[in-house]
Design a protein around this ligand. Structure first.
Ligand SMILES: [Zn+2]
Ligand SMILES: [Zn+2]
Length: 823
């Protein structure tokens, strides 16, 4: 009899066998109900560690449970394979990005297989291959035809380190999301996708997406940033021009004492023609000083500054002339690029007015109060209007309606909904991405590449230096002929943001080898939406927002059916730390997959990752913890292996005779595990940590069971592989096969939790710490002293009262009380 479980030979052997037999292959025509579950596709950076394994293990446990519950499960995997690291490897080490990416994919595919994951590898995709990115180009052309892809010059975020522009979503606290460098601003002509056309739908649907974490929905709401207000024109004194303002607080309009505009605002050029030369050059110097400053610097980091232009605007309500200032904190791309400065009722305007000695005029008072003197601080709440002509005395909310009506009646503007987020900038000045399928012809202008000319291949052997756009310097790529007139023309040299690829890849998995279309509509209608999506919370306003936008477009085109949302349910897994620190190569604290598989085994790793905390929490990798799971698997092995031959005759599908209290307790323990596993997936909580804790209790009960040839014991032996299969698939398969089954345990049905087995008497154990009651815990009658104390010590309230102190004395009154004395 083998005393310890030889995971090294067993795990690899089963992985090869599963692969050979194709047991995880999914067929579209399978009559069972479909279940589409996936994890966010990884970037092939090279090497995986146990932190990555947490995500895949969780997704795999869900896929396996759903298969065992009778669903036709689709669980695919692929590679988000374009992007900067490959190009940086080329710059630093002279490796071809394609070669670098391919070898990383190969290694990571091997590691993901090594984790015992149940993917259908026949559907694997890699976004850097022409067979995939061809459809990026095709989709880009459809967006272009729909007017949703356009090129314009705009101030954009520029990462000086990565030498490329970035989308707003890729600037985190003013820094590049990838390399952490401060972002600069540049005026460049770039390709944008008109995500703002979908603002209202993207926002409204969030209310109905109850399968998503609330914090993710809130983050998207805030990012979209809807506000209702009034947009109206102010004329400029001495100039036949208007400045359009947007405000959500038109009730404060009589308090506007200056007009703040962005130095990039087009009207500034006109203003410069009517003011003195000194003033014009002061405006220019100020604009120059801000040219490369990022949005964050201007809106939060820098002190609020400005320059008086010398021109005045006319407040259309008070008819007062107010000075026009160019300021650093108003941005041309937000709202209309101009705001009325109301120092009495806005923090920023207040600080600005103090600094430049501009008048502060209070026009709102708190309800029930009168003006008592100059304001010490701005009053920013709603209240009652004063000094506002006919509107004086009105409440803020009433005045907002009345003033908006007046704006419309005067014909100077209208109410408007404004969104904070802007169109998605998708141009990148880098090599390793999808070429944008546009040609520029002197005669015909901007011409989309015809579908039959796709894919526009990314050329090989392009020198990559990290300076400028590699494709722009490649004459063989750039020079082409115009698809319309046949004259010499020039290709677009920008490539696409890699988030373009990941916005629709979940559809390509459904039909990965289609050479006529990105996917077949009827197949998409069968499989979509994704029932469960698992991935990190860091993609909240990037991938998860972009995918929703794409999917709504696809839905409008009739290319998908059902609801116009791609991901029905979303789950964010927590990180894995080591000694409370993030694992990273530079810290040298990475726990690798290969070494863990070799030292502890894959099943132990999977069990530990699922067991240590609920999956959404951050967990800590500890040697003690992983060793505990290795010991657990050895206990499973010792409890089952010697009895497999005898257990063959006892079916796990029929309850055994339960003629003793111990037999009842053991059979109950089996069904407690069965129920927990099913509950965790049907509730979508996925707290398999509690299921695995119950598996611990089951194995404890087996270990102390008096009669190993009793039917109840052999029943537990036969049931155990079914119970443990989703979490520790290798040992489950080995035991199942040794029980004489020819078919894989992973194609079996779950063990249905049986009410008759579950409804046995339960007792309540009272747990005291130093004589005070700290917990009441449910247990099985006849529970032994060691198990009872073990249960008590696992209770979090009891643990907190023990406070890590040594237990000096323990008292056990059978089936009633545990008292722990600490000092
Ligand atoms: Zn960067
Ligand atoms: Zn032409």
């Amino acid at each position: 009899m083998a005393d310890s479980y030889d995971f090294r030979s067993i795990e690899r052997a089963w992985q090869e066998r599963w692969e050979r037999d194709g047991i995880y292959r999914t067929r579209d025509e399978d009559p069972r109900p479909k279940y589409y579950t996936m994890e966010m596709l990884p970037y092939p950076s090279g090497d995986l560690h146990v932190g990555h394994a947490k995500n895949y293990t969780l997704g795999d446990a869900i896929a396996r449970m759903m298969r065992m519950l009778g669903y036709n499960v689709l669980h695919p995997m692929g590679w988000d394979a374009f992007g900067l690291p490959a190009e940086n490897a080329a710059i630093q080490r002279g490796i071809d990005p394609a070669t670098w990416t391919a070898s990383n994919i190969e290694n990571m595919r091997r590691q993901i297989r090594l984790m015992g994951t149940s993917y259908d590898w026949t559907r694997e995709i890699a976004s850097c291959l022409p067979e995939y990115y061809r459809w990026n180009q095709w989709l880009f052309l459809r967006l272009y035809e729909a007017g949703l892809a356009y090129k314009r010059e705009a101030p954009v975020n520029w990462c000086p380190h990565d030498q490329t522009v970035l989308a707003n979503e890729q600037v985190i606290d003013g820094r590049c999301w990838r390399c952490g460098h401060m972002v600069e601003r540049r005026n460049l002509s770039q390709w944008f996708l008109k995500i703002t056309d979908y603002a209202e739908r993207l926002l409204n649907e969030l209310d109905r997406m109850d399968g998503w974490p609330e914090r993710t929905r809130t983050a998207q709401r805030n990012w979209i940033g809807r506000s209702e207000g009034v947009e109206f024109g102010w004329s400029i004194d001495g100039l036949d021009a208007q400045v359009i303002l947007f405000t959500t607080r038109i009730d404060t309009v009589y308090g506007a004492t200056f007009l703040a505009i962005a130095p990039e605002h087009p009207v500034v050029e006109h203003i410069k023609t009517i003011v003195s030369r000194e003033q014009a050059s002061a405006i220019e110097r100020f604009a120059d000083s801000l040219r490369s400053k990022s949005e964050l610097e201007r809106t939060s980091l820098m002190e609020k500054e400005g320059v008086f232009t010398g021109a005045y605007a006319i407040n259309p309500f008070s008819h007062e002339r107010v000075p026009i200032w160019v300021t650093n904190y108003v941005l041309a791309e937000y709202g209309t690029g101009a705001v009325g400065g109301v120092p009495a009722h806005d923090e920023r305007d207040f600080a600005f007015a103090k600094k430049y000695a501009l008048p502060i005029v209070q026009v709102i008072v708190p309800p029930g109060e009168e003006v008592t003197g100059p304001l010490e601080t701005p009053y920013c709440e709603d209240g009652r209007l004063i000094a506002s002509d006919d509107y004086s005395g009105m409440s803020s909310s009433r005045a907002r309606i009345a003033l908006a009506e007046r704006v419309a009646a005067m014909g100077i503007g209208q109410t408007k909904v404004n969104y904070r987020f802007r169109d998605w900038l998708v141009s990148r000045q880098r090599y390793w991405g999808t070429p944008i399928p546009i040609v520029y012809c002197e005669r015909c202008g901007e011409i989309p590449v015809p579908d039959e000319d796709l894919p526009i291949l990314l050329p090989a052997d392009v020198p990559i230096t990290g300076e400028g756009s590699p494709l722009a310097r490649d004459p063989a790529f750039i020079n082409t002929t115009c698809p319309k007139c046949g004259e010499p023309a020039r290709r677009e040299s920008d490539t696409m943001d890699t988030f373009f690829e990941s916005s629709w890849y979940y559809l390509r998995y459904l039909d990965p080898r289609n050479t006529h279309l990105p996917w077949d509509v009827s197949i998409a209608k069968h499989w979509m939406n994704v029932d469960q999506y698992i991935g990190g919370a860091e993609h909240t306003v990037l991938h998860l927002l972009y995918s929703r936008f794409f999917y709504k477009f696809f839905h409008d085109k009739g290319w998908v059916g059902g609801r116009d949302e791609p991901f029905e349910r979303l789950f964010h897994q927590g990180m894995v730390l080591y000694h409370n620190e993030k694992m990273s190569k530079s810290r040298g604290n990475v726990i690798g997959i290969d070494e863990t598989a070799d030292t502890n085994g894959v099943d132990a790793m999977r069990l530990f990752l699922l067991y240590v905390t609920p999956p959404e929490d951050t967990s800590n990798w500890t040697d003690e913890g992983i060793n505990g799971r290795v010991r657990f698997l050895n206990r499973v092995w010792r409890a089952c292996e010697p009895h497999l031959a005898a257990a063959r005759a006892i079916s796990p599908r029929t309850l055994p005779p339960m003629d003793t209290p111990q037999a009842r307790a053991l059979v109950r323990a089996v069904h407690v595990v069965a129920k927990s596993g099913v509950d965790e997936v049907s509730s979508r909580r996925f707290h398999f940590n509690t299921t695995i804790a119950k598996l611990d209790e089951l194995v404890n009960a087996m270990t102390t069971f008096p009669e190993t040839n009793a039917p109840a014991y052999l029943y537990a032996v036969h049931a155990l592989p079914l119970l443990i299969a989703p979490y520790a698939p290798h040992i489950a398969e080995e035991l199942w096969s040794r029980l004489g089954h020819a078919e894989s345990v992973h194609l079996e049905r779950v063990l249905e939790p049986d009410d008759a087995a579950l409804t046995v008497d339960e007792i309540t154990l009272v747990v005291q710490v130093n004589g005070k009651i700290r917990a009441r815990i449910a247990a099985t009658p006849g529970i032994g002293e060691a198990e009872a104390i073990g249960l008590a010590l696992r209770d979090s309230n009891v643990r907190s009262h023990l406070d890590g102190k040594e237990i000096r004395k323990q008292v056990y009154v059978p089936d009633k009380l545990v008292n722990l004395v600490v000092g």
